[in-house]
Design a protein around this ligand. Structure first.
Ligand SMILES: [Mg+2]
Length: 412
């Protein structure tokens, strides 16, 4: 394995609140709170600027609690559409630096910049350039964690870059233990409240405590999850997160967004689906490709329940046109959605082919279809209808036959 990869995790500070402030500069420097239903006291805080956080305001609080902490807070209603658009605009900025981008959530994206040193300088310089560019063009503060794999980049960002004022921090296999092991165990990626309690019960308080336990013991106790935590404590990335670059593009182009709150309403879901589909189609077109299959991925809000699905449908014809793909994405979604709140939505186009190839194949198909139907008539006349199936599975024309059936048909 190549150990000298350079991965960045870029995270936006107080994302929703920052987008609101960027759009309305009179809010800059004020304690701004993006809140579900500010008039009602039980509206929930989705984001708060650092000025608001200074009063003790935290995501997840109610408007009522907020008002007590900071009577002068400025409340803004959320504009999801705007946040998704901004998230996609950020991807476009990242694309100026690398084509290997993997969105992690609405305000966090992984970038692989291995081999980009000649273009942008060392990883810290590159991170600085990205931060600067986002600040100047979007008015949003970005923090970047640097690592040799996505896990290290995520830990570098969450545990250090977000807190050090500079907004940049770099972890590597070499310094990982020195920096992360003294931290409380809840700082380890993958440790939630429940796992924190479990680990407390066996005497684990810091990442070091966990790292020094035998891997087998964690595996015996919590299975794969225990093993993953052990790997996380050692800065080893278990995941198969492969930033979609190079080879990946040939297989498919995908995009997913993890929403910070539950989506239940059709209009909201439709908006997000359309946005994601547009992004996927735009990127597919950028590579001069068209896709044959659309995939929709959905994950429920409750991570403890096995909700969600991943389903695909063959398109009547290969395409990368948003309004041709979107109706199918929508169809897949509503056929499989269990009506439970949605947290993550993803769309991808696979079975990619060159646009040029498509143009050629459309021409060829016409000729082949005519030849095929002639042959079919001949055989039907001679041997009866069932013989067609044997023909279709034995001859090279079989593939074509199969495909001819799929065009215009519904292949789930
Ligand atoms: Mg953030």
């Amino acid at each position: 394995m190549n150990s000298s990869r350079v991965i960045l995790l870029a995270d936006m500070e107080s994302f929703y609140a920052s987008v609101e402030v960027a759009e309305n500069p009179s809010l800059r420097g004020k304690p701004v709170v993006v809140c579900g239903d500010p008039e009602r006291r039980h509206g929930v805080v989705l984001a708060a600027t650092k000025e608001a956080k200074a009063f003790g305001i935290k995501t997840g609080m109610t408007a009522g609690e907020c008002a007590k902490l900071c009577p002068n807070a400025v409340y803004v209603r959320p504009h999801m559409h705007k946040y998704i658009e901004t998230s996609l605009a950020l991807t476009r900025i990242f694309e100026e630096f690398t084509d290997r981008i993997s969105p992690y959530s609405i305000d966090e994206q992984f970038l692989e910049i291995t081999g980009c040193e000649k273009l942008w300088g060392n990883p810290e310089t590159t991170a600085l350039r990205i931060i600067d560019k986002i600040w100047k063009t979007m008015g949003i503060r970005c923090r970047i964690g640097i690592g040799e794999n996505p896990l290290q980049a995520k830990m570098a960002c969450d545990c250090f870059a977000k807190k050090n004022g500079k907004g940049i921090f770099r972890l590597s296999h070499k310094n990982y233990a020195d920096y992360t092991w003294p931290l409380p165990i809840r700082n380890l990626f993958g440790v939630g409240n429940r796992m924190e309690r479990n680990l407390f019960n066996i005497g684990v308080r810091t990442i070091r405590h966990l790292a020094l336990l035998p891997r087998e013991r964690l595996k015996a106790r919590w299975g794969i999850n225990g093993e993953i935590l052990w790997l996380n404590a050692h800065g080893i990335d278990y995941s198969t997160i492969k930033p979609p670059g190079g080879e990946e593009h040939r297989k498919g182009v995908g995009h997913s967004i993890t929403l910070p709150r539950d989506y239940r309403r059709k209009e909201e879901i439709d908006t997000v689906l359309l946005e994601i589909t547009e992004e996927v189609c735009r990127r597919t077109r950028k590579f001069n490709k068209v896709g044959r299959v659309v995939n929709v991925y959905c994950r429920g809000a409750d991570f403890d329940l096995p909700t969600g699905f991943s389903r695909q449908k063959r398109l009547p014809e290969p395409t990368a046109t948003t309004m041709e793909v979107y109706p199918f994405a929508r169809k897949i979604f509503y056929e499989h959605w269990d009506r439970r709140p949605v947290r993550t939505l993803g769309v991808s186009l696979t079975g990619l082919m060159d646009f040029k190839e498509l143009q050629l194949s459309l021409l060829e198909d016409k000729e082949k279809k005519v030849a095929l139907s002639r042959a079919m008539d001949l055989i039907r006349n001679r041997f009866g209808i069932t013989s067609l199936f044997r023909l279709s599975s034995l001859t090279p024309g079989g593939l074509l036959f199969e495909r001819a059936n799929k065009i215009g048909g519904h292949e789930a």
